[in-house]
Design a protein around this ligand. Structure first.
Ligand SMILES: *Cc1c(COP(=O)(O)O)cnc(C)c1O
Length: 368
């Protein structure tokens, strides 16, 4: 801590210098985050000091959170589903597994079944919750092998996880097949749609992934990715809205007597931001955004293939992967590489057509 304070202008010069070292989104092709929509920024600023952790003080903001959840519940084909706004996919996944675990308090050595493609947040969740994580190999198409998943289930399995829009390859697991298996074994079936939840509903032929599939228990979705909200905003939904009561603990000094959330103090600002984007764009607006991102993904794949850089997978959502040598990507571009060393590019809304063409042109010149 500084002994004396600092002059405001001097302080902000310091902050601006630090901020200027951050990269601009123009060249970021590796992130699932994007520039927040202008209405998200405007709403965020309006709700800056709100705390959803003490909702009795902010009933207006609380009603926005409930509205956001009910928008997702309807979008995911279960209007009566319940839920709350989290800090993102990690918290949503932790809380989903916590729900699954408390419902099986009989289990001494509980395990969960996840695809090999599961996000690393499941590792954190298993560490915290004392769960054994059983990884199921993927098929050649980078989707979870449902038969192998079934083989891993035993009496100590408390949850099955499917991913709708995998982080690395943009694939949707065979959710309907997995749901059947979950039903047969009476298992908690969690869908990690952190990325895909704001993409799949807007596709021309959406693969089944949500509460329309019988057996799906809960869904994680992140407005701070394709929902273009400000950070941090995730949502966790459960088909049965009463499920969360099993996580309630007593909160003596708050306006509410109980709380099931993981965080205590929770920001209302990004929640208002997320709802603002949803209501501003509506279903048609989001469909236009997603269709643009999918078009760019297709264009990128086609362009790269004309330079002899083949796709690694044919993705269900806007994540493109390539069998490509690292030396072929140069210049200011920020790309990412998967565990299997494939080039990975996420075609987020800020990665518009012009950026894609510029990237393809650069790759082509290096190749030539
Ligand atoms: C991004 C992502 C997560 C983690 O979400 P955070 O918001 O970074 O905590 C979890 N699962 C999937 C599939 C993701 O794409």
């Amino acid at each position: 801590m500084l002994n004396k304070g600092r002059l405001e202008e001097e302080l902000f010069t310091f902050l601006a210098e630090k901020r200027s070292r951050d990269l601009e989104y123009d060249y970021i092709l590796s992130s699932m985050c994007t520039i927040p929509h202008s209405v998200a920024v405007r709403a965020h600023c309006m709700f800056m000091e709100t705390n959803l952790g003490d909702p009795g003080l902010f009933p207006g903001t609380l009603s926005l959170e409930q509205l956001l959840i009910s928008r997702f519940a309807t979008l995911f084909h279960c209007p009566q589903a319940g839920g709350y706004a989290t800090s993102g996919g990690t918290e949503s996944n932790i809380q989903a597994l916590r729900l699954a675990k408390v419902h099986r308090s009989d289990c001494v050595l509980p395990n969960i079944i996840v695809p090999d493609s599961a996000h690393f947040s499941f590792k954190k969740a298993c560490d915290i919750l004392g769960l054994e994580m059983r990884r199921v190999p993927l098929k050649k198409d980078f989707r979870m092998d449902a038969d192998l998943a079934a083989e891993q289930i035993d009496k100590n399995t408390v949850a099955l996880v499917g991913v709708a829009g995998t982080t690395e390859y943009g694939m949707v697991d065979p959710i309907a097949d997995l749901a059947k298996i979950a039903c047969q074994h009476d298992l908690f079936f969690h869908i990690d749609a952190a990325f895909g939840g704001m993409v799949i509903p807007f596709l021309e032929n959406p693969p089944p992934f949500d509460f329309a599939v019988p057996g799906v228990t809960s869904i994680a979705v992140d407005p701070h990715k394709m929902g273009m909200s400000t950070i941090p905003c995730g949502c966790l939904l459960t088909r049965d809205p009463d499920l969360f009561s099993s996580l309630n603990i007593e909160t003596p000094y708050l306006t509410v007597k109980k709380e099931f959330t993981l965080a205590g103090t929770r920001p209302g600002a990004p929640v208002a931001g997320a709802l603002a984007v949803m209501d501003y764009l509506g279903f048609d607006g989001m469909t236009a955004v997603v269709s643009g991102c999918m078009k760019n993904t297709g264009r990128l794949i086609a362009g790269m293939e004309t330079f002899g850089i083949p796709r690694a997978a044919t993705p269900d959502v806007n994540v493109a992967t390539f069998i490509c040598d690292k030396s072929r990507v140069q210049g200011p571009w920020k790309v990412s590489w998967t565990c299997k060393k494939h080039l990975r590019i996420v075609c987020m809304p800020h990665v518009h057509g012009g950026r894609i063409e510029a990237f393809i042109k650069d790759i082509g010149e290096i190749h030539a």
